[in-house]
Design a protein around this ligand. Structure first.
Ligand SMILES: [Zn+2]
Length: 230
């Protein structure tokens, strides 16, 4: 007998807890308590050009602008948030953090003429295992602020890539370079695309996706990640 229904019932009966610190949420708090929202490990990269994320990506591709909202590596709060969206499919938190990204993008003024949101795709096998694409959840949150359409089929992952954690950045890039394609390039011509991912480590995956999009006539690419390894 599976314990899942029992677990869901317990969740329904217990008061909602903060994803960051497990304290009970009160009043209008959702997912994160006011204290954790105030203590988000923000990078503020959206606000200035030539930031660390842009420098990393421009080793490989010419992106218009790039940002990551949170530090990930050494910040427990950032890790908890990313983990809950990526592995637990917490769509409410994904949309909440997407909106936070949208606000940072809008306030920066550097991403103003973006006209299409594209999530980094999962391979269909992984998408089937998880049942969702965490980058699409973030896009949906961003779109609530940015009022920009999403094209979740703009990119397709053609090859299943194993975990890359053991590889250096150059090897990672080589490993993913031919792992993506754009199945309907005509519909993307002339667009300024915001490519969205949950975690940027070396930037190899985002650079490989950007390269495919930049091969299409008139396309410009900007990048928004929820978090960056630090
Ligand atoms: Zn909290």
């Amino acid at each position: 007998m599976t314990l899942a229904p029992l677990r869901d019932l317990v969740r329904l009966l217990l008061p909602a807890q903060c994803v960051g610190c497990c304290n009970v949420l009160v009043g209008s708090e959702h997912q994160l308590c006011a204290k954790c929202l105030l203590n988000l490990p923000l990078t503020h990269y959206a606000d200035y050009s030539d930031n660390t994320v842009e420098q990393q990506l421009r080793r490989w591709v010419n992106v218009e602008a790039a940002m990551a909202l949170l530090y990930f590596g050494h910040h427990e709060l950032g890790q908890r948030i990313v983990h809950d969206i990526k592995y637990h499919g917490n769509s409410t938190l994904g949309h909440l953090m997407g909106r936070q990204m949208g606000i940072a993008l809008q306030e920066s003024g550097r991403f103003g003429d973006v006209d299409l949101l594209v999530p980094v795709p999962l391979h269909w096998r992984r998408r089937l295992q998880r049942g969702y694409n965490q980058s699409l959840l973030l896009c949906e949150g961003i779109a609530q602020v940015f009022r920009t359409p999403i094209d979740s089929r703009a990119l397709r992952r053609t090859r299943y890539t194993d975990s890359q954690t053991h590889l250096g950045s150059a090897a990672r890039y080589a490993n993913v370079l031919d792992a993506f394609c754009a199945p309907h390039p005509q519909s993307l011509q002339g667009r300024h695309i915001l490519l969205v991912d949950d975690v940027m480590t070396t930037g190899a995956t985002l650079a490989a996706c950007s390269r495919v999009l930049l091969d299409i006539e008139g396309v410009r690419v900007s990048i928004a990640a929820l978090s960056v390894a630090d």
